[in-house]
Design a binder for this molecule. Sequence first.
Ligand SMILES: Cc1ncc(COP(=O)(O)O)c(C=O)c1O
Length: 455
Amino acid sequence: MLEKDIRKVTEGAYPFHMPGHKRQKEWLEGLLDLDITEICGADNLHAPTGIIDESQKGAAKFFGVKETLFLTGGSTVGILSAIAAACEYDDKIIIARNCHKSVYNACIINRLKVSFVYSQTDCALGCAGGVFPRDVSEEMDRSGAKIVVITSPTYEGIVSDIEAIAKEVHTRDGILIVDAAHGAHLGFNDYFPKSARSLGADIVIESAHKTLPCLTGAALLHICTERVDASAVKRAVGIYLTSSPPYPIICSIDRFVHKASETDLFSSYKARLEAFYRVCSVLTKLKVIRTDDRSKIVISTRGTSINGFELKEILLRDYKIELEMALPEYALAMTSVADNDEGLDRIATALADIDGKISACEKKPFYLPPKPKIRGCFTENPPIAAEPVPLESSAGRISLDFIFAYPPGCPIVAPGEEITPEILEYIKGIINMNGQILSDGEFFPEAVRVYEEKD
Ligand SMILES: Cc1ncc(COP(=O)(O)O)c(C=O)c1O
């Protein structure tokens, strides 16, 4: 039975991954029997006027925004809705290249004309860094697009200068949508960076289930400024939200808001993280990196005999510690207010032990995917004559599909982009390290669909 199988998978393991409730009773107990439907007196998330309306208004006050909408299908629903609301069919839009696939999907659904801004490479980690405000303004001026979507913080906890980006966007009469799926916990303690909610972004979307102790699927769409047409956002949410939003998910958001309003959950969380970082500062080979958002524990394996995937595997196999994700140069542990001292001690001890067993080893740095050669926008109709070719011999061909490393779920190649020899090398590098490559709904694809360029 699936239940039994899942219990077997999680038994004895400490979860440094989402959901942020970390399976702690305090955050889960009593939610399941609230699984009702829109019965008399229970209000309706699709058009709230009663208890849900009251709860959302309380949340908006707590998060310091004009309006907060609860979502039960994750940030994915928030992103699809925000972009649909902000754009007319065929509009121009600028998205950060490292955006999540839901942003790309929203562009496809609305047939948008997309151009990219590229984040800086974070050289310490070999991952995407922040987006420069100047790159946003230059791309707005060049393309004439008025809608901008960027991700901040990133999976790894790197933030962009949202205040400056918002200024550039607003000067040009545009709308800034921030995918803050990883940032629902920001803004409650100075230890963490400021939230995009308070820095001028117009719409901010957050996955409450990732970094807050809420049920999977719980997310928030914040309307932060007068520039946003709130009715259009609500209409779009009405399309993407399930017609039966689960009450336990909504209640898990409300429970967090109430507890965090009554108790300071974040000071003890900060102290726990600080103690962890202090202990780990003596590691000699592994490096525990403090990115902007220190809730994300990023453990760099650069210059060691193991890669990020291997570190994740060793932690699970030998120490029963489950991390959130790994990439070639690092592995990532997600924390939340629901973690405890025992969990952080356990990972600190494990890392010290592993540090003593591995050796230093110079390796070629593994950076971001090479920039794509864009031959057509991924939202354009693909030509009919597509053919599958073995991944091995796909260099120089134009992809019909997205090719992702999963996680983090940002495309290495989008439809209409050429699979250059450098990109193929990058993809093969990830596969050789047992990282997951996903294309056309298949992990580790042996073939990819490509097509000839139209005249
Ligand atoms: C940056 C980013 N945005 C959006 C999402 C989608 O969030 P959700 O899983 O809550 O739908 C993710 C999920 O991993 C993400 O990493």
